[in-house]
Design a protein around this ligand. Structure first.
Ligand SMILES: Cc1cc2nc3c(=O)[nH]c(=O)nc-3n(C[C@H](O)[C@H](O)[C@H](O)COP(=O)(O)O)c2cc1C
Length: 400
């Protein structure tokens, strides 16, 4: 039996999956759909003292076009064998650009209408409700107590527009800490400087948790048929979220986990349960999702929760705690090795697809005809030990 409950800063979550602040949580009706899809916590769209003036178009998908493929079979979760003649299509999206800023609805409207409506709905269904506010110390000191008096369970404060420097983030945290008694979470952007010192200072100020990360940018995508940028921000710039962001955000989560005992909520590019597992192994206690929900709809939350539960079950774990921070002991300042160590091939697992040979830029892999079919074979003399083949093998047959 897998127990998905987690506790963050005294808040008990029925599962570690929340939405991230974005249009999927723009109002109570939208947030109700997230609760209906079983999220452990709901995070409202960020509000500030002044409503935002949002450039349009405000969102666009960055993709590699439409591939016509057929899934022959799934070899392990997330890895499929494809054939490229088919009867359907699949769109490979690796990111979304947005120029959304924060909410364009006045904060008072949220306090009077949206927050009370979602609070009751979420609590009755066992989900916690977190407000998101920004940005300056003065704005946080004004908005924080209003959120608390409506009864929100916690406040996340965005540092997106003040986080190019380290000190203003600490000042903002201090102001909010002095203004409210409920748990407060600092949401960092991937470009925030000196994250190790920053999170230690945030801990001293009394912040209860860190959310990492927000989007990265400025980023640009041009529609080559019109030669125009896909989003309408200044210079056509937007902020990048989704799968392309995940390795950056994951590195930030690991860095935070190695420098503070504060709980970390991982965000960035989570599309499936195994992405969330990676965040837990990097030290996250819970995760948030935005882009996958924009693309797939709120049903994504149910799917990811099921996939996390199933992965833990299949690997013999009972809870998130069993895997939390499991990768951190391998993240050492020194390199793993600086000599070539060729990978070995498990011929029972090798399906002879040749993908390892295709990616071997050192020409160290040949496909040979063995008794049990076509198999990969590694030349110890030619192999540089780069590892690319081990990371693309669909069955993990080639490994160190
Ligand atoms: C359209 C859009 C609007 C967003 N608005 C906010 C916001 O108001 N406040 C905030 O803290 N983050 C905002 N974000 C960032 C997300 O909360 C999240 O940190 C980021 O998208 C990375 O997660 P993802 O890859 O799952 O989307 C927004 C993201 C998108 C795509």
């Amino acid at each position: 039996m897998v127990d998905l409950t987690v506790e963050i800063a005294g808040l008990k979550l029925k599962n570690p999956v929340m939405n991230a602040a974005c249009p999927i949580s723009r109002d109570a009706d939208a947030m109700k759909q997230l609760v209906d899809n079983d999220v452990g916590g709901v995070v409202a769209k960020t509000i500030s003292v002044k409503p935002a003036t949002v450039p349009r178009p405000s969102m666009g998908a960055v993709d590699r076009g439409i591939a016509r493929v057929q899934v022959l079979r799934t070899v392990r979760p997330g890895y499929v064998v494809l054939e490229n003649t088919y009867s359907g299509s699949y769109r490979f999206i690796y990111g979304v650009l947005n120029a959304e800023l924060w909410s364009d609805i006045p904060a008072e409207h949220y306090f009077e209408r949206e927050y009370p409506a979602i609070l009751d709905y979420a609590h009755k269904r066992g989900a916690v409700f977190i407000a998101s506010i920004g940005y300056t110390p003065e704005e946080l000191a004004l908005l924080g107590p209003k959120c608390a008096s409506v009864g929100v369970d916690a406040i996340e404060f965005s540092t997106h527009y003040i986080g190019r420097d380290y000190k203003p983030v600490v000042e903002a945290a201090k102001a909010l800490r002095e203004a409210v008694d409920i748990p407060i979470f600092a949401k960092l952007s991937p470009f925030t400087p000196d994250i190790p010192s920053l999170v230690r200072d945030l801990e001293k100020v009394g912040v209860d948790g860190i959310v990492a990360t927000n989007t990265i940018g400025p980023a640009l995508h041009i529609d080559i048929e019109t030669s125009k940028p896909i989003v309408g921000g200044p210079y056509g710039y937007g902020w990048l979220s989704g799968p392309a962001l995940k390795p950056l955000a994951l590195a930030v989560v690991a860095q935070i986990s190695m420098n503070t005992k504060l709980p970390v909520i991982g965000v960035g590019g989570i599309m499936r349960g195994t992405d969330a597992i990676e965040y837990f192994m990097a030290g996250a206690s819970a995760i948030q999702i935005c882009t996958a929900a924009l693309i797939e709809g709120p049903i994504v939350f149910k799917r990811v929760i099921d996939e996390i539960r199933e992965w833990l079950k299949q690997h013999g774990y009972q809870s998130i705690l069993d895997i939390r921070g499991k990768a951190l002991k391998y993240l050492k300042p020194e390199p793993i090795r600086v000599h070539a160590q060729p990978p070995i091939v498990d011929t029972k697992k090798c399906i002879g697809c040749g993908f390892c040979k295709q990616v071997c830029t050192y020409n160290a892999i040949e496909m040979i005809e063995a008794k049990n079919g076509r198999k990969a074979s590694v030349s110890v003399e030619k192999c540089y030990g780069c590892g690319l083949c081990t990371s693309v093998c669909p069955t993990r047959a080639i490994h160190f």
